[in-house]
Design a protein around this ligand. Sequence first.
Ligand SMILES: O=C(O)CCC(=O)C(=O)O
Ligand SMILES: [Fe+2]
Length: 336
Amino acid sequence: ICTGSLFTSNRRLYQFSNMLIPVVDFAAYKLGKHEVSGEQLESLSGELKAAFTEVGFVYLKNTGITQQEVDEVMNISKKFFLQPDDKKQPFLRTSFANSPNHGWLCSETESLNPKRPGDLKEAFNTASLHPGMNWPELEGLCGFREIQTSFFLRCKDLCLHVLRVMAHCLGLEAEVFLNAHRLIGTEGNGSTLRSLYYPQVRSDRVKEDQLRCGEHSDYGSITLVFQSQEGGLQVQTRSGKFISAPSIPETVLINVADLMQRWTGDVFLSVIHRVLLPPAGDTSTRQSLAFFVQPDDEVIITCCDGSNKYPPVQAGDYLLQRLNNSFVEGQSISHT
Ligand SMILES: O=C(O)CCC(=O)C(=O)O
Ligand SMILES: [Fe+2]
């Protein structure tokens, strides 16, 4: 009985905090639908606008991306991560000349909050779909390239639908955002699919203040997030309090990132989030997939309301600067 009531009360808390991040039904403009009626666009943009101006995060359901697709990417990614480091070393991030952000990040090399020790996570960034790239092709990993690439393209399609609705939210022509995201998946755009693996945490080895992922906001226009069932992701509210953003199966969690906040003169909010360590003694691992949407490198971001709230900035330069601020020494990248 005791456990039961504890569970119930935990569960209530969970649902309560969860209510702050709205769940929006995207069926009217899901993948495969090339058109959306004026009425449906109106209703979707009303819901997204409320979420992005008040919370900065939204769960979308009925996007057309299925749980099965997500599981497939997580499963093949996990096989990669579970290999010994020397097998992953050839794919190290910064070792690909034409796409320095592409590849594997080993644990504790990135601190998304530079005041904390390195994040307790590993990741694989798919930042280039160029046919000349070298991909992991080890035993049991067949299909790694195909699976990451096709999921990248699914996320690309979905983000274009979302960006169209976001322009509508602000009374702007759809092209305002879409024209700035024409090169996703090519050399002129930094959008990246990041597959994340949070290994078991050994409490005797954790450094002071270390987290799975330190407090940060994302850099680009928007981010699509898919999480495994283990919790940990928290989002800061306007009052400064952190609330949980648990995985909700069959949904995509979408958040506004910093360039989008700048672009909209602070109308859409890019909010701080983090991933906590599991409770002491909890040996579970965690996975997530983040599709970081970035405007084309050459695009100059100015406030879309015509104000001078922020000086113009070139999207590619901005990304590079932000990336370099969160890596430990020796992991800096520069223009190619
Ligand atoms: O793992 C997650 O759920 C989110 C990770 C994240 O926020 C990031 O990598 O930017
Ligand atoms: Fe993030």
